[in-house]
Design a protein around this ligand. Sequence first.
Ligand SMILES: [Zn+2]
Length: 380
Amino acid sequence: MLICTVCGKENDERNLPWRCGCGGPLSPVFEGAEPMNRHRVNPSEQGMWRYATSLPPGPAFKRITMGEGWTPLVRQDWGETEIFLKLDYTCPTGSYKDRGMAYLVSIIHSLGVREVIEDSSGNAGASMAAYSARAGIKCRVFVPEYTSAGKCVQITSSGAELVRIPGTREDTTRAAEKAAESTYYASHNWSPWFAHGVKTFAFEIWEQLGFEAPDALLLPAGQGSLVIGCYLAFSELLESGEIQQLPKLYALQPENCAPLVKAFEKDSPCPEKILKKETIAEGISSAEPVRGREVLKAVRESGGAVLSFSEQEIWDGFLKLCRLGYYVEPTSAIAAAAADRLFRTGTLRSGTKTAAILTGSGLKAGDKILSLLSDPPRGK
Ligand SMILES: [Zn+2]
């Protein structure tokens, strides 16, 4: 059963709705599912599927998987302190999206879907293309024209049809929604199941820290699936008594595209309308996050914050990570920018157990990184 997060109406997943009749996003209700605890972890399963008890299968469910998840959590010296870096860019297609996509594609495949449309700034499209190929699902991916060449090549190599749309990320979404009038719209942003796959990265951090939650998490946020995934995971652990309080969730946005920051500062429940500008953090350049209400609620309940960062701060974070050996895409570097600022200003103190997720591989963004190295965004 799927329930609308806005009006509360129940929707039957067998009818394949991608949103509620009222326009609200849907979330699954897992009847009879028990919240995660350490005894429900199955270490003999590969990757994120060690938490399979928290990922209920539908009827005729067949896992579409490449062993995604169980990525390294690296203890990293950070100035006077240290942070824990979760290397999710080591997932099979080079981004954390594989967690959500493995679960999403497994479910829709079990519901009989054999043709999908997805829209993406690149990473989710590459992931959807790969998992659809494994599932025998025909896939068409809409991307903004500015998407990195590496991601476009990855999408077409899997056999998916690539449709490049001029204009903004939102123009791409509108084109996909139009095409979805005749084909199932498997948008990871609208999908009820995607965030449940994503939540496994938070379970892993908890387990890798010796079944302890960190005090704070630094999460790049465009549509905010990492924030929602974290909230789902730690809420389960809170409910089962494994942890005593939610970690503080910090949702990180580029100044050039910060609809959640504006809403957080004004104490508004919904994302604000903004005029966005170009950003090197292309993966989180979302002016209209469809689950923005859920993201804002999660951050507020955790006692965290939504913060924005300049292009220069993100670029400096990128160079810092590279010099430490982490070759990530510039989007991921916003986590490094956040660690620098939050420790410098004392918002996080030395000794605060802080984890950050590195979301996507730099190998996909070589063309962008090359041009940024010769023309860095200083003072822009
Ligand atoms: Zn509704």
